[in-house]
Design a protein around this ligand. Structure first.
Ligand SMILES: [Zn+2]
Length: 330
């Protein structure tokens, strides 16, 4: 089979499937995989029974919401039980021909933060496209199209939900929460309602590229989040603000600490060498921009000269220091 290299689609029929048809196929696959998981993976049999749900409860896509979550911990706890592949496995070991190993991180984010992606494009004079993959599921689960407005999900393979990070309550498209994936066609080790630990929102509005598969916008990792005055703060949101402002280099360091028994954050930045503004004025501008975007202003903004932060020297510079986690005990 030869492909037309001038066609922007990989599989035009599939990528532009009317949503109604796409969802019909998703539902058929969902029913099949949930039944398969229940029949073949010991973990799912046990957890569905404990939750009082059965595969035949799936009548619409929304019915997946009745089923229990799994997460990274479930994977760890069930690994190696029964067989090498563990209790999430739904096929005998001898039927599996390839086992993928991962570095242990969950979401693998590329230049997911819009401002960072743009900065890379400016620096290299190249187009940068983002993709999102979970090694637990398979390489790429979602990828950016030429419209660069979120990442299209491979919805023929994955059913995606967003849930409240604290309560697990299912959210509407557009609301920011934890991304939850269900694999629709992976039989060796199906993942039913896998909490990814990645924070983002779903966009099902039509995309200018013509693809009908929904998009995800990723804002950060749940593990990196901290709470200031009841507001969920993501370092990635702080980064986006810092990268967008002019007159500063875009380098930054975030400190999270406790003052008067409440969580605070401070931000250190670098002023451009040719920026004539006073440090106080730069700090006030950064503080106001953070307050506007995040909802809580930083405890302080420290302004360094260009190159004053040590964040460029290392390959993977540490940009967040959580002083609450430092252990002072002897
Ligand atoms: Zn698109």
């Amino acid at each position: 089979m030869s492909r037309d290299v001038n066609n922007k689609y990989w599989d035009e029929e599939l990528e532009t499937l009317p949503r109604e048809e796409l969802e019909k196929r998703q539902l058929a696959d969902l029913k099949e995989i949930v039944q398969f998981a229940y029949d073949h993976a010991p973990y799912y049999k046990r957890s569905f029974d404990a939750a009082g749900v059965k595969p035949s409860d799936i009548k619409t896509l929304k019915d997946i919401q009745k089923f229990p979550f799994i997460d990274k911990k479930t994977q760890r706890d069930t690994q190696g039980i029964g067989s090498f592949l563990g209790e999430l496995a739904a096929v005998p070991e001898e039927d599996v021909v390839f086992v993928s190993t991962s570095s242990g991180s969950t979401g693998e984010l590329g230049g997911s933060i819009e401002a960072t992606r743009k900065a890379i494009e400016d620096l290299w004079g190249a187009e940068v496209y983002d993709f999102y993959g979970l090694s637990d599921i398979f390489g790429a689960c979602a990828a950016m199209c030429e419209a660069k407005d979120g990442l299209h999900i491979a919805e023929n393979h994955i059913l995606v939900e967003t849930v409240d990070i604290h309560t697990g309550e299912v959210l509407e498209p557009g609301q920011v929460g934890e991304l939850v994936f269900t694999t629709l066609r992976k039989h060796a080790r199906p993942l039913i309602r896998f909490r990814t630990g990645d924070i983002g929102w779903i966009d099902n509005t039509p995309c200018s590229c013509g693809r009908t598969h929904g998009r995800i916008h990723i804002s950060g990792r749940k593990d990196d989040m901290f709470i200031v005055s009841a507001v969920n703060v993501f370092p990635s949101d702080i980064e986006a603000v810092i990268r967008e402002l002019s007159g500063i280099t875009g380098e930054y360091l975030i400190r999270v600490f406790e003052r008067d028994f409440t969580c605070k954050y401070s931000v250190e930045i670098e002023k451009n060498a040719d920026n004539p503004a006073a440090d106080e004025a730069v700090a006030a501008e950064v503080s106001a921009a953070l307050k506007a975007r995040i909802g809580v202003k930083p405890y302080s903004v420290v302004v360094h000269p260009d190159g004053g932060l040590n964040t460029r020297s290392e390959h993977k510079a540490k940009r967040i220091i959580d002083e609450r986690k430092l252990d002072y005990s002897i």
